[in-house]
Design a protein around this ligand. Structure first.
Ligand SMILES: [Zn+2]
Length: 291
């Protein structure tokens, strides 16, 4: 379930903030028609789809402990953040994320690096916290790793229309201003056991994180995929994609690479257990949970 994954001397702990049925499947996947949904309802329910055809999603990050680094990949929605267009994330006031860190044996002061797979609202929230009316870095000694073109894209959007991207204003730019950001290419080799893998499409310069050594590794997807329905149908785009065709090519390429390997896929938005392996399934891929 929420047990850590162990890869020799490395552990990966899911840090969950929320799990719920957030979005109707039809709107979430704009090209998903009712027939295709009907064909797949039996295996999607009840884990991935509720009785009202709402997608069950987890909002979580992953904590990686290596002998040398403590790294948090993605920081969920965060507290006290105005998100008027998303009522279930608006002005959240929850201790679940910090309790998750505590259960994994760390506090905010222990995080060496935060890695932002991309800069969407449900992945950057805990980058900052409110202190005396100001947004300050939540993790006082962490450096925050962001992909170069991703940061440039959202910085430009924020400049043009800040009201459309409040999470950039309160959860990304304060990190830049505090000089805590480390800007990298999306194929950055962080260490011998932590490697960024470019997975563009959902956003302009999205990356996933490959952890471990060949034969004993795990891939933290970020939003390269949102539902196992997109493994079966890799070309199925979701509503917030920057380029759905590119996202589909990314899914095919990544699953083709890992579908014969023992690599554990840590699928950020899949409900628990969010960890599994991918295997071929017709023209697509099947996600087989491992807990
Ligand atoms: Zn997301």
């Amino acid at each position: 379930m929420t047990e850590p994954i162990t890869l020799k001397d490395i552990t990966i702990h899911p840090i969950i903030e929320q799990q719920a049925a957030f979005f109707p499947a039809g709107g979430f996947f704009p090209t998903l028609d009712s027939e295709l949904l009907a064909e797949n309802r039996a295996w999607l329910q009840p884990s991935f789809l509720d009785q009202a055809d709402q997608l069950v999603l987890c909002i979580q990050g992953f904590l990686i402990k290596t002998p040398h680094h403590t790294i948090l990949v993605d920081t969920c929605v965060g507290n006290h953040k105005p998100r008027p267009t998303r009522p279930f994330w608006h002005m959240l006031d929850s201790d679940r994320f910090e309790k998750g860190l505590a259960a994994a044996g760390v506090s905010v002061g222990d995080i060496d690096y935060v890695m932002c797979t991309h800069l969407h609202t449900d992945h950057v929230g805990w980058n900052t916290r409110l202190e005396n009316g100001r947004w300050v870095p939540t993790f006082p000694k962490a450096r925050y790793i962001m992909a170069e073109r991703e940061l440039a894209h959202w910085t430009e959007r924020e400049k043009r229309n800040p009201a459309s991207v409040p999470w950039i204003t309160d959860s990304v730019l304060p990190i830049v201003e505090a000089k805590r950001v480390q800007i990298v290419k999306s194929d950055f080799a962080f260490s011998e056991v932590v490697q960024l893998i470019p997975t563009p499409g959902h956003t302009v310069d999205h990356f996933s994180v490959l952890v471990g050594r060949h034969g004993g590794d795990a891939l933290i997807t970020g939003d390269m995929i949102h539902s196992p329905l997109q493994a079966k149908y890799p070309d199925l785009g979701m509503m917030a994609d920057y380029d759905s065709a590119a996202a589909g090519r990314t899914r095919r390429q990544i699953f083709d690479r890992f579908c014969e390997d023992p690599t554990i896929i840590c699928a950020t938005h899949f409900p628990t257990p969010s960890t599994g392996r991918v295997r071929r399934w017709g023209d697509g891929y099947k996600f087989i949970a491992v807990d």
